[in-house]
Write a protein that binds this ligand. Structure first.
Ligand SMILES: NC(=O)c1ccc[n+]([C@@H]2O[C@H](COP(=O)([O-])OP(=O)(O)OC[C@H]3O[C@@H](n4cnc5c(N)ncnc54)[C@H](OP(=O)(O)O)[C@@H]3O)[C@@H](O)[C@H]2O)c1
Length: 304
């Protein structure tokens, strides 16, 4: 079996073809500075579900220096996933949730496994950080034992390569130190912002679902390149790097995207000709409606 085959990725919890090594020195330095001031130095982290998201978050947190591997313990119902997590992170393993011996639990099971996992949590003063999509703080709080505080997160798939965009919100009893802990963990694999829970569906529609919207855009731009004569492989690389570079321009210069667009659209030039086509085909409105539809769907799923 190839290490990147779907079956082997199920065994290890990894995504085929993805290695988690894209951590910029700038982000590492920032995370180290945050780690100096925040609470994770003393945290005992227990990871419930060591698959793709659990593995990515812990690997990011350890690589960034936010928490040493010696303070992380994981457990997973799938032995091969647990072993791959331990090998990749240097963390130790516990045979079950009750043996995690943690003050902070990171819930990284699929949402439909969460109730069973929470029922196994020990009672007492502890924090639960959940990344399970759609599970509200009220739902989590109704299932954790007394004394356990809750923070809910919505990460996205680029977190798996250290380029995530995540939001988190606090439960009714969560403290500032609890949200610092969530910010540090999520921030070690990308951007992390705190928002009110009422906006989590909007986050799901934008950064949660957004990678798929951008993949389509990259694929379509590459098709345009092929139509204009480029070899397929080069077109795909050029399209993806163009999206990466444009996103970095927005984030690193702080210049509004409309101003950046104006800077590259010279009178009578090629870019304005392309932009006119995009406007003719309603591209702007298509993105607005896509994010809105995904947010509405998230709310519907949360209510059901
Ligand atoms: N992957 C993403 O990009 C992404 C993005 C946003 C949010 N999330 C959220 O992250 C969570 C995890 O997703 P994932 O993609 O990392 O899933 P995953 O790779 O399937 O990992 C979840 C792991 O948890 C294990 N598990 C289930 N019940 C358990 C229990 N009671 N105790 C210990 N381990 C248990 C599963 O084992 P079995 O396979 O044996 O059940 C599996 O190995 C989900 O709730 C998802 O909504 C993920």
């Amino acid at each position: 079996m190839s290490p990147d085959s779907p079956a082997s990725s199920k065994m290890t919890g990894r995504i085929p073809g993805i290695s988690r090594c894209l951590y910029s020195p700038r982000k590492m330095a920032l995370a180290r500075r945050m780690a100096d001031t925040l609470v994770c130095r003393d945290m005992k982290l227990g990871v419930i579900g060591c698959g793709k998201m659990g593995g990515a978050l812990v690997e990011g947190a350890i690589r960034s220096g936010a928490i040493p591997a010696s303070q992380v313990r994981g457990c997973d119902s799938h032995a091969a996933t647990a072993d791959a997590f331990a090998a990749a992170t240097g963390a130790t393993l516990a045979p079950d949730i009750a043996s995690l011996d943690a003050d902070t639990f990171l819930l990284c099971t699929k949402p439909h496994h969460a109730a069973a996992a929470l029922a196994a949590l020990p009672a007492g003063d502890a924090l639960l950080i959940s990344v399970a999509a759609g599970l509200t703080t009220a739902w989590l709080e109704s299932r954790v034992p007394a004394g356990v505080r809750v923070v809910r997160c919505m990460p996205n798939t680029p977190a798996l390569i250290g380029k995530g965009a995540a939001a988190f919100c606090r439960g009714s009893a969560a403290t500032a130190a609890d949200t610092d802990a969530a910010r540090l963990l999520l921030g070690s694999v990308g951007l992390a912002v705190e928002l009110p829970e009422s906006l989590m569906d909007a986050v799901t529609g934008l950064s949660g679902s957004g990678p798929a919207f951008v993949y389509i855009m990259i694929e379509a731009m590459a098709d345009g390149g092929v139509r204009a004569g480029l070899p397929r492989a080069d077109a795909l690389k050029l399209a993806a790097q163009t999206v990466l570079g444009a996103a970095a321009m927005v984030l690193e210069t702080g210049i509004h995207p409309a101003a950046l667009k104006d800077m590259v659209a010279s009178p009578g030039g090629t870019t304005i000709a392309g932009l006119a086509e995009l406007e003719k085909h309603g591209m702007r409105s298509a993105f607005i409606e896509a994010v809105h539809a995904a947010a509405r769907r998230s709310a519907e799923l949360g209510a059901s």
